[in-house]
Design a protein around this ligand. Structure first.
Ligand SMILES: [Ca+2]
Ligand SMILES: [Ca+2]
Ligand SMILES: [Ca+2]
Ligand SMILES: [Ca+2]
Length: 306
């Protein structure tokens, strides 16, 4: 396979667009139209995405027989004319059921295309990933964001639909990653995929300003997943996957002290004024030890009276 040289940009924490609007808010201003019903919007979004999947194909023939200079990027086109006999995306995608983060009664069938799994580690949902990507809107097929060079995403800061899909893939095979004399890295056998994201798992009624994304736009992201880093967003020593106390794969809904900061971004999880980092210990191998001084079954860092 052809080699690719990429500059590893570790300083860029996230794509600016992707990070800006994860939180739902009502704007707080006057004359604000109430957001649409999330359940009704989920149904409309799925219909729009399925229509796209049934009428478009990707460059699978290039992936099956890559030329010397093939860039291993997914491209979509309409099934029509010379391409009338191509296999539609709908016959090639996979899907998973995903919960809405705002209304737990709403679920989505989230479609994604697995072109290549990747030979390295798979990220957990609160981890960080190094990837290149491109985002476009289904409505007008226009690209609104992307990076050809690798950038680092905090999966807790990007839109939920992309977070939910990227965890299904693996990064590049670390044994095959080569550091070049100029400091760039060459990745091989990295994950390659696409996510077809309903607005409820994207920006819904709060698209980033000046992005060209409209309210309730369905989005497509293609990506190349190169590397994975374990997330500890609050630096309290407890990796963020372990801060998902109710084990539902959602980081936003675990808030032991009820202060509005979920545990993965709360450096004092029980709100007792003692930082979590001093309420846990580590053994010689670096494994975390959850101390429980008063033996009530609640570890000190979650126990406001110890
Ligand atoms: Ca959770
Ligand atoms: Ca908290
Ligand atoms: Ca914490
Ligand atoms: Ca504490």
């Amino acid at each position: 396979m052809k080699k690719y040289n990429f500059i590893l940009v570790t300083a860029i924490l996230c794509g600016t667009l992707l990070t800006s609007c994860k939180k739902d808010d009502d704007g707080g201003g006057s004359n604000v139209t109430p957001p649409r019903d999330r359940g009704e919007e989920a149904i409309a979004a799925e219909a729009e995405i399925i229509a796209y999947l049934e009428t478009h194909f990707y460059n699978y023939e290039e992936f099956n027989a890559p030329s010397e200079d093939f860039d291993y990027r997914i491209k979509f086109d309409t099934i029509a004319g010379d391409n009338a006999n191509k296999t539609p995306l709908f016959d090639q995608v996979e899907s998973k059921t995903v919960q809405d983060r705002v209304d737990e009664d709403v679920t989505y069938t989230l479609y994604y295309l697995n072109v290549r799994q990747g030979g390295g580690d798979s990220p957990n949902f609160p981890d960080l990933v190094v990837n290149s990507y491109e985002g476009k809107k289904i409505r007008d097929n226009k690209v609104f964001d992307g990076s050809v060079s690798p950038v680092k995403f905090d999966l807790t800061q990007i839109i939920n639909g992309l977070q939910d899909v990227m965890i299904e893939f693996n990064g590049a095979d670390p044994d095959l990653t080569v550091q070049n004399p100029d400091g760039t890295l060459t990745f091989k056998d990295f994950g390659i995929g696409a996510a077809f994201i309903p607005s409820g798992l994207g920006y819904f009624s709060n698209p980033p300003t000046a992005s060209g994304i409209q309210l309730y736009d369905q989005l497509i992201f293609t990506f190349q997943l190169y590397d994975v880093e374990t997330g500890d967003q609050d630096g309290d020593g407890i990796i963020s996957i372990l801060e998902d106390l109710n084990n539902n794969g959602i980081e936003e809904d675990d808030d032991t002290d009820g202060d509005g900061a979920p545990n993965y971004i709360d450096g004092d999880d029980d709100g007792d004024g003692v930082p979590t980092s001093v309420e846990v210990e580590f053994d010689a191998e670096g494994n975390i030890i959850f101390m429980d001084s008063d033996n009530d079954g609640i570890p000190n860092y979650l126990d406001s009276d110890s």
